[in-house]
Design a protein around this ligand. Structure first.
Ligand code: ATP
Ligand code: MG
Length: 256
């Protein structure tokens, strides 16, 4: 799967994507004509300074908010052409979400949390896929536990298994290690990478942490609502250097 990761068509793409919040004097251009492709079967990190548009881009790619202009295409479907109801179904069936705060339902077991998206869609999780997910994420002997009986790292692994349970086109992860200590964070990142390498999934992750970004196959840098560059096979050092270059470009007025 990894050999075709960068040659297969994009899992999700943005074309000329612009988002303006407010109007007149208070208008803020959060995204400015962004063109970007996120490869199927790849792990991509989005990085950039605070306010550069990372969350806005992720929300538009995931159909959680609408663009001012431009297009998002996810797994061959143009999101702007969909009604609210169609968008809701698409989000439920073809997108997975992983949040900083895990967002598990406290009264349900790990197994019940993982099965929830399928249940909402009126289907069941394929049992072979469920077995593969729980063994890959080291959850097999934790399935009957409720979230409060699990460590933070284990809870986030349940949340990732839940996000992957419907075999979505893309999993969007917003600061997935933000609430974890560094050891649990590293573990969760390793599992995210395994789900790409071994299970062929597609992950787009927003992070502030160069060490976290180094688990990705590629880093997309955002500055001022624009794509400011990409870093292939990132290392913590190359990511730091990329972010430093953005900062010095900004202070010398060369950002655009
Ligand atoms: N609902 C909103 N209304 C008005 N402006 C907004 C809104 N959401 C975001 N913005 C503005 O759009 C720009 C991009 O915001 P965004 O949240 O996408 O940045 P970010 O890169 O995710 O930042 P951070 O790293 O701090 O999370 C910022 O200038 C922000 O103030
Ligand atoms: Mg943000």
């Amino acid at each position: 799967m990894t050999t075709t990761a960068h040659t297969s068509p994009a899992a999700v793409s943005a074309r000329d994507l612009t988002k303006v919040y407010g109007s007149g004097d208070v208008a803020v251009t959060a995204l400015d004509s962004v063109d970007v492709d996120f490869a199927r079967g790849a792990f991509t990190a989005i990085m950039g300074p605070s306010g550069s548009g990372k969350s806005t881009l992720m929300h538009l790619l995931a159909g959680l908010d609408s663009a001012t202009s431009g297009r998002v295409v996810l797994g061959g479907t143009e999101l702007t052409s969909l009604s609210d109801k169609q968008l809701t179904v698409l989000r439920r069936e073809r997108i997975g979400f992983v949040f900083q705060s895990f967002n598990l339902l406290p009264m349900f077991t790990a197994a019940q949390n993982i099965a929830l998206p399928s249940q909402l869609a009126g289907t069941t999780v394929d049992s072979d896929w469920l077995d593969l997910l729980t063994s890959t994420f080291g959850l097999t002997d934790r399935l009957t536990h409720k979230p409060h009986e699990l460590s933070g790292g284990q809870q986030q692994r349940v949340a990732i298994a839940r996000a992957l349970s419907t075999r979505p086109d893309v999993v969007f992860a917003d600061e997935p290690t933000g609430n974890l200590d560094s050891r649990s964070g590293v573990e969760v990142l390793a599992f995210l990478r395994r789900s790409v390498r071994e299970l062929g999934q597609t992950i787009v992750m927003v992070t502030h942490d160069p060490a976290a970004a180094s688990y990705a196959d590629e880093v997309v840098l955002l500055a001022d609502g624009r794509i400011a560059g990409t870093i292939n096979e990132p290392t913590p050092d190359s990511v730091l250097a990329g972010l430093d270059a953005l900062r010095s470009a900004e202070t010398t007025g060369m950002a655009r």
